[in-house]
Design a protein around this ligand. Structure first.
Ligand code: FMN
Length: 318
């Protein structure tokens, strides 16, 4: 393991571990106005949401790594106390990359990036038309942690008004498959949060599950299950009994089939045929029932997966 204390490494090294390890990060595209009325638009990925009553978001316009100087966004927030935070989506990726250029303070980054301002309802900085999700914010508190290059200026902002494009909404909520966020990782690497990156995982519904430590050894030590598989099995509230496992298996007749048929049933997600084929092929492939249980798990049929494992363990002992 490579372990280190930040005081023993240059700031650039610490920064590279931070952005590599704390990732992917959402990106705030922050619109501010200077006291001389010059609009500014810059992306910040040291950003997140922290509470909803009142709604609070925060980002850090850190001191420049180069010389420790303060960024325009920080100065504008201190002077005016207002900003709009716009979500960054794939369609404006290259434009926000452009907006991150360290232009001189008097340069209008809206013009440089080609993004379109729309008037806000409550505050002076504008919303970004091309972003589907924008928050009008007032500065709640600025927390500066240090004065050296790379040190944080955490702008804690209260959201005064949300503006959400209806195209990204469904049933009164944001549909994650429609917003197409991008995120930031380490170095020049970004995350593309499209439908390939998204998946569903239900929350534990009880505080009473059996847990990893409640799984029997024959499941925990199986070479078939990953840690993720085991943790899903551990969601069950009680260990089913063996009788129930036999009853369940009785519902499936062994199906005369080859191992390649079994594989085809796996690929097509036909759990019933897979189990019947596994029962026929028990002597031809070690762990075939556990492989079947794994597929039941993938389809969130946790109890049935557990029953298959119990049955498997019992017949293997015989
Ligand atoms: C995707 C992305 C994320 C960034 N995140 C941050 C950040 O969290 N904090 C920061 O200080 N700078 C960050 N930067 C760099 C700023 O955008 C850049 O310094 C910008 O020019 C600051 O502009 P300003 O001086 O007009 O405020 C990021 C740049 C990009 C492209």
């Amino acid at each position: 393991m490579f372990s280190f204390e930040p005081k023993d490494q240059p700031q650039q090294v610490v920064q590279s571990f931070l952005v590599g390890g704390v990732a992917p990060r959402p990106i705030a595209l922050v619109s501010t106005i200077s006291k001389d009325r010059i609009p500014n638009l810059s992306p910040f990925s040291f950003f997140n949401a922290f509470g909803s009553n009142p709604p609070v978001v925060a980002f850090s316009a850190s001191r420049r790594g180069r010389d420790g100087s303060l960024k325009d966004t920080y100065n504008n927030l201190i002077d005016t106390g207002e900003c709009v935070i716009n979500a960054v989506t794939f369609n404006i990726l290259e434009q926000i990359n452009l907006a991150s250029t360290e232009y001189a303070s008097e340069v209008n980054e809206w013009e440089k990036s080609g993004l379109t301002p729309i008037k806000s309802d409550i505050i002076n900085p504008c919303l970004v038309q091309e972003s589907p999700f924008r928050m009008e914010c007032k500065l709640y508190q600025m927390v500066s942690v240090g004065i050296n290059p790379g040190s944080a200026n955490i702008a804690i902002c209260e959201v005064l008004k949300f503006h959400v494009d209806e195209e990204i909404m469904e049933n009164g909520k944001i549909n994650p498959f429609k917003i197409h966020h991008i995120g930031r990782n380490g170095g020049d690497i970004w995350s593309n949060i499209d439908s390939n990156a998204l998946f569903q995982l239900k929350k534990p519904t009880t505080n009473n599950n059996i847990g990893m430590n409640g799984l029997p050894d024959y499941i925990r030590n199986s070479p078939v299950f990953t840690a993720n598989n085991l943790a899903r099995l551990a969601l069950l509230e009680t260990t089913p009994d063996l009788e129930r496992a036999y009853e369940f298996i009785k519902g499936y007749e062994p199906l005369k089939s080859s191992l390649s048929d079994f594989e085809q049933f796996r690929i097509s997600g036909d759990l019933g045929k897979m189990l019947s084929s596994a029962l026929f092929n028990i002597s031809n492939l070690e762990n075939i029932l556990e492989l079947t249980a794994k597929e039941f798990l993938q389809q969130n049929r946790i109890k049935e997966a557990f029953l298959i494992c119990m049955y498997n363990n019992h017949i293997m002992k015989d």
